[in-house]
Design a protein around this ligand. Structure first.
Ligand code: PLP
Length: 369
């Protein structure tokens, strides 16, 4: 049995004809960048999420970049980010000449630890970026209080978390601005690159719209220096098809996660590995990352490989140990430990029960359950 970590061909089997129809519609329209298809997607996405505005962009990375540009992050500024995330979270800060200030994460959620953020704020802090890691919201209630008190905007890196909720409130409405990615492997994936910013602030929304198109509001008048961060009509059309399925797909991921937890218990794995918990509100399981004792990880990875089970390690090298940033002094104990313990298992809505049984048994054998 070969089980890929993510199998998008199963999704294509379900919606292929609709995607093909959408592609034809765009190809025949003669409008390929921005335009009505992107506007329709933006309206549908804003209403799906519950945000005032949604602005389609060229990638999640560009969404972060445009969000920070709209907040006027630049040289001399500091932006507080968790040390444990995908590179873009910190890379975008550095690209603007600002300094990413790394903080450790919480042991339970692996999202930025609010008490560490409180200690990292200085008079130079221009923004705080929280990452809803693996599809679970960061503790935005505490972070927002901290940021509001300090008068600093909270930016959500929600690239992995469309549809997630914290205290009943959806990702994308929890900070001043939120950034999404439509990289194909994300929970809502395009057939290429794509991204989005959401906000309730009309001025920031307008600013992002202008930044994505070289700072123009009217043709050839550049009010500021922006970039080409535009979303393609084709990608918007694909995303409109997939947005209609997203709620069902999230429920499918959540069912798969629940099945993993009960299979792990049945296999006697409860004391031997840590599975993500379904807290605090709605986890959307972009990744299902388990943690095993550091000295057992290599044997587990080897067993998964031998059994034909796709897997990955997120993230082997936290930001504070990346060659381009570090080594950065400080205590990043939780992230360092997580980088040695984590294993991302296959998770996607179409994952079959017998595949999960095989995965749980393989881990049970590798861990001597
Ligand atoms: C995927 C991702 C991004 C970047 O998105 P791209 O669309 O690949 O540029 C940023 N942050 C996080 C946490 C991500 O997972």
């Amino acid at each position: 049995m070969d089980i890929p970590q993510l199998d998008l061909s199963r999704q294509y089997e379900e919606i292929g004809p609709e995607l093909e129809e959408a592609a034809l519609r765009v190809m025949r329209s003669g409008r390929y960048i921005l335009g009505p298809e992107v506007e329709a997607f933006e309206e549908e996405a804003a209403s799906w999420i519950g945000s005032g505005f949604a602005i389609g962009l060229s990638s999640g990375t560009d969404a972060l970049l445009a969000a920070l540009m709209a907040l006027e992050v630049g040289p001399e500024d500091e932006v507080v980010v968790p040390t444990y995330s995908f590179f873009a979270t910190a890379g975008c800060v550095a690209r603007l000449g600002a300094r990413p200030v790394f903080v450790d994460v919480g042991d339970e959620d692996l999202c930025m630890a609010p008490d560490q953020v409180a200690r990292a704020l200085t008079e130079r802090t221009k923004a705080v970026i929280c990452v809803h890691l693996f599809g679970r919201c960061a503790d935005t209630r505490t972070l927002r209080k901290l940021c509001d008190t300090a008068g600093i905007p909270l930016v959500e890196d929600a690239a992995q978390a469309i549809g997630a909720r914290d205290g009943g409130r959806p990702a994308g409405t929890l900070g001043r601005l939120a950034c999404f990615s439509f990289f194909p492997s994300k929970n809502l994936g395009a057939l290429g690159d794509g991204g989005m910013v959401t906000t309730d602030d009309p001025d920031l929304a307008r600013r992002i719209r202008r930044l994505r198109n070289h700072g123009q509001e009217t043709a050839y008048e550049h009010l500021e220096v922006g970039g080409n961060f535009r979303l393609d009509a084709l990608q918007a059309a694909f995303l409109r098809v997939k947005l209609g399925r997203l709620e069902d797909w999230i429920e499918g991921r959540r069912r798969a996660a629940e099945r993993y937890r009960s299979l792990f218990s049945a296999e006697g794995l409860d004391g031997l590995l840590r599975a993500p918990r379904d807290e605090p509100d709605r986890h959307v399981y972009h990744q299902f990352v388990v943690r095993v004792p550091a000295d057992r990880r290599d044997p587990c990875l080897e067993a998964l490989r031998e059994a034909g089970i796709g897997h990955n390690v997120y993230y082997r090298v936290p930001f504070h140990r990346q060659p381009c940033f570090g080594p950065v002094p400080g205590n990043f104990e939780v992230a360092d430990r997580a980088s040695l313990e984590s294993i991302a298992l296959p998770i996607f809505p179409e994952l079959r029960e017998e595949e999960q049984v095989h995965i749980a048994r393989t881990l049970a054998r590798a861990l001597g359950a």
